[in-house]
Design a protein around this ligand. Structure first.
Ligand code: R5P
Length: 303
């Protein structure tokens, strides 16, 4: 049995191929047949001692069942160490029961994935009150990769005068990316204050001393879903006289309606990483994942 293999779940062929090339590792697709009754038949061709399953967990409900079946098929084929490479990790946002009877989905999904995998590698998991992946997956090795360097590199490519650009985080949670990107570019940084009143109702405010007028603004955030956060931020920044507003996000979870909404609010362009397949993808995460999953790190488990 070979030492290392990447197994790509449906729809992941292209990013998994990029990862396999970056790691110089063989890659195989996991075949999934969906029966008319909605059930799935999952078939893996072969396993390696260490097998990495590539599966980004956006729109996760159906994917989770097929991932469980793939993990068990690969174990049956002899995989001793199963690694999940999930550039986007689902269900990380609900880390508490806000009303009696609500499932704490982060904990439940965390335990489930922990049972299937020995190691989980992801990019910018959306953690809030629970601060580390170790708490979510107590018995599993985990790596959370920061995408801030990739966002900074893209701004360097698309902006002719980075030092005069303004990096804006739309809420307090985005502060760490906004500051990291601004630091790398030597640019200034502003973080807005956000109040979320509901799924589709967000308001943001700017501190009095922030100078936005005439600036080329880059909004940076981990996720865009309904697009409300970036739309509210773009409206506010535009009304304060910004010259041009673009946004860079890690995980593009939004649909066309949200896309139109954000552009109408004043966003000229939106760029995303390919952690989730999306028309706005402009940044490949394969080098980051390859680094985290490098053969050197896995070597001790492959012999
Ligand atoms: C919030 O904490 C996140 O960083 C994002 O700002 C949020 O998830 C974006 O969601 P939406 O696009 O639905 O406003």
């Amino acid at each position: 049995m070979t030492g290392l293999l990447i197994a790509a779940m449906p729809g992941e062929n292209a990013p998994a191929t990029r990862l396999a090339a970056a790691m110089n590792t063989p890659m195989q697709e996991v075949a999934v047949h969906r029966f008319p009754d909605g059930e799935s038949r999952v078939r893996a061709i072969s396993a390696a001692k260490t097998t990495i399953i590539y599966c980004s967990l956006d729109r996760p409900n159906e994917k989770l069942v097929e991932l469980a079946l793939a993990a068990s098929a690969l174990r049956d084929l002899g995989a001793e160490r199963l690694v999940l490479a999930a550039p986007y990790l689902c269900y990380m946002r609900q880390d508490a029961a806000f009303e009696k009877g609500e499932a704490v989905s982060q904990r439940t999904i965390g335990r489930m994935l922990s049972n299937w995998f020995d190691c989980i590698v992801t990019i910018e998991p959306h953690l809030h009150r629970v601060r580390s992946l170790h708490e979510v997956f107590p018995n599993t090795e985990t790596t959370a990769i920061s995408a801030a360097p990739l966002l900074g590199q893209l701004i360097k490519k698309i902006c002719s005068d980075v030092a005069s650009a303004l990096i804006v985080g739309p809420d307090l949670e985005s502060q760490k990316w906004a500051k990291a990107v601004a630091f790398e570019l030597g640019a200034s940084c502003v973080v807005l204050k956000k109040t979320r009143k509901g799924d589709k109702s967000v308001s943001v405010s700017l501190s009095d001393n922030a100078i936005v007028a005439g600036k080329r603004v880059y909004l940076v955030d981990d996720v865009a879903s309904t697009g409300e956060t970036l739309a509210a931020a773009a409206l506010l920044i535009k009304s304060n006289g910004a010259q041009r507003i673009e946004a860079l996000i890690v995980h593009a979870l939004f649909d066309e309606t949200a896309d139109r909404h954000m552009h109408k609010a004043g966003l000229s362009h939106l760029w995303s990483t390919d952690s989730v397949r999306h028309p706005t993808n402009a940044i490949e995460v394969a080098p980051l994942l390859a680094d985290a999953l490098s053969k050197e790190q896995l070597n001790e488990h492959t012999h």
